[in-house]
Design a protein around this ligand. Structure first.
Ligand code: IMP
Ligand code: MG
Length: 172
């Protein structure tokens, strides 16, 4: 099996996350902040991102399963693990690995938005704008990528490749 071909290097990711962290700290209103990561894909990105946001925060996670085959989102999202703390009155940043059709993020924004956060912003390491099927605001985006299946830095193909330090594409 050939290793995935690198399209975004570990160094480029690290540099971009420094900018994102600064941007987030500037644009989010002051006050108590909760960062919510979407498991499992966002775990590495979130770990690096929060270390670049210099303000007090709490971190929580939720896990989702999207029905359908492995590489195409069906839009039916099932929460398999919810966050364990209330977010009412808090400034929430929802962190995703990648926004593809947008269906998962839209579902999560509606879900968390209904819980009365003081503000709700979204951040994704990657976005594939050409694949969007529903309009959803991604407030902070690391990189836009073309319509190719990408892996690494938390993103998987069949649960593999999450530990790659870079973003790559599988060439077969
Ligand atoms: P969406 O609901 O179509 O936006 O898909 C969101 C989820 O699908 C992401 O959180 C990923 O878990 C997964 N996904 C979409 N595109 C890719 C990809 O290129 N590589 C790995 N996972 C992906
Ligand atoms: Mg995901």
């Amino acid at each position: 099996m050939k290793p995935p071909v690198e399209i975004i290097s570990a160094a480029a990711i690290a540099a971009r996350i420094e900018d994102l962290g600064r941007d987030i700290d500037t644009r989010l209103p002051p006050g108590p902040m909760t960062v919510v990561g979407v498991l499992r894909g966002a775990f590495i990105f979130m770990a690096d991102l929060v270390r670049n946001v210099p303000r007090p925060m709490t971190c929580d996670f939720l896990a989702v399963r999207s029905y359908g085959d492995a590489t195409v989102s069906s839009g039916v999202v099932e929460i398999t693990r919810d966050i364990s703390t209330p977010i009412a009155g808090r400034h929430v940043l929802l962190v995703e690995d990648i926004v593809d059709t947008g269906l998962t993020l839209k579902y999560l924004v509606d879900l968390l938005g209904a819980r009365g956060p003081a503000s709700l912003h979204t951040c994704a390491l990657l976005s594939k704008p050409s694949r969007r099927r529903i309009e959803v605001a991604v407030d902070f985006v690391g990189f836009e990528v073309p319509d190719e299946f990408v892996v690494g830095y938390g993103l998987d193909a069949g649960q593999l490749y999450r530990n790659l330090p870079y973003i790559g594409v599988i060439t077969g």
